[in-house]
Design a protein. Structure first.
Length: 360
């Protein structure tokens, strides 16, 4: 064995040295790689000047600006309906009749009662002039006449209302009630005989989340599409923004408040649309030029407020900032940063102890 070791001494020592070198290289590589991974946990960028553009996506329905649901406060059976869906009507045009036989009988009875009350009042007037009856008797006759007059006026108005006319010019949308149907009164929601709308003046009711409503301004440009016109994009403008959530101006769903934004459709393109169509829209908000901006991912928030990490002397330093308008990909910086500052725009911060940059 000794002779074997002496004979192969150089070869054994050389192999041992090679193993040491290989082991040391492997250790250095592993540690260098781990160190590189530790150092590359975030991505940096520069604070620059640029534009901030905001846009909000929303979906809504197309509605006529001017429309009316035609109803009546007269109970009875629809005798005739003179219009159908899509008919054009003019203001004052007769569109339906209610059976007036019972109403006419009521008018006749009321007229007879009124005539009698008038005769009694006039007779007692002559008698009181002769001191033949008391003042109270005459006063009661006057009261009876006034009540009879009121009753007659009411039933005469009902008879007149049995002729249903269009209160505005426009198009009949939806299917009107059919002849033979009975109109009921005294219910919470009146029965609609027909709906008439001006289809040359349309608008979109868009639903906007409460987090976005502050970025919507009156007059903002809106681009929208409808399924009936694939590949085409149309432009409208915001005319009204909800100030609350009552009625059709807003709703609440799953604890999130939504507000209604009305968008005017220009008259020259209104013939492309029909009421209740679904519109998919983008509302374009503020467009601020040449302002300090950073990517959205650079701004972080905690209980102390908004901040970014600025690289100073190779180390990330927490820096408080004040932001302005938030765009689709970036955010405006009002205070806290300067153009050219190197900042962390994404990733984790696992560096040395951070210190505050101080007030700005």
């Amino acid at each position: 064995m000794k002779a074997f070791f002496q004979k192969n001494r150089k070869r054994i020592i050389g192999g041992a040295l090679a193993l040491c070198v290989l082991g040391g290289g492997t250790y250095y590589y592993v540690n260098s790689n781990n160190s590189a991974q530790t150092q590359q946990k975030y991505t940096t960028g520069k604070v620059e000047k640029g534009d901030v553009k905001t846009s909000i996506s929303s979906t809504g329905t197309i509605n006529p600006v001017n429309y009316v649901d035609v109803s009546t406060n007269v109970a009875g059976k629809l005798e005739r309906v003179l219009v159908k869906e899509n008919d054009q009507v003019t203001a004052g045009q007769v569109i339906a009749y209610i059976d007036t036989r019972q109403l006419q009988a009521q008018v006749d009875d009321a007229k007879a009662a009124l005539d009698k009350a008038r005769l009694d009042m006039n007779r007692y007037k002559a008698l009181i002039d002769q001191n033949a009856v008391s003042q109270q008797t005459y006063d009661d006759a006057v009261t009876s006449f006034e009540r009879a007059q009121s009753t007659y006026d009411r039933v005469a108005a009902d008879l007149s209302d049995a002729t249903i006319t269009a209160p505005m010019a426009g198009t009949v949308i939806g299917t009107p009630l059919k002849a033979g149907q009975t109109i009921s009164t005294g219910i919470s929601t009146q029965m609609i005989i027909a709906t008439i709308a001006d289809l040359s003046n349309l608008e979109i009711y868009l639903t906007v989340d409460e987090t976005d409503i502050g970025n919507v301004k009156s007059g903002s440009r809106v681009e929208f599409t409808v399924d009936s016109k694939p590949g085409e994009t149309f432009t409208g403008y915001v005319t009204e923004i909800a100030k609350g959530t009552k009625g059709n101006m807003g709703t609440t769903s799953s604890s999130v408040v939504y507000y209604t934004v009305k968008v005017q459709i220009p008259a020259d393109i209104s013939n492309n649309f029909l009421p209740t169509m679904t519109a998919r829209a983008t509302i374009f908000g503020e467009d601020i030029k040449n302002t300090l901006v950073v990517p959205l991912t650079a701004v972080r928030t905690d209980k102390q407020g908004e901040y970014v990490y600025v690289i100073k002397d190779g180390e990330p330093v927490r820096t408080a900032v004040s932001t302005g308008v938030t765009g689709d990909t970036n955010v405006q910086i009002l205070k806290g940063l300067s153009e050219g500052d190197e900042i962390i725009i994404s990733g984790d911060v696992n560096g040395p102890k951070q210190t505050s940059r101080g007030p700005f």
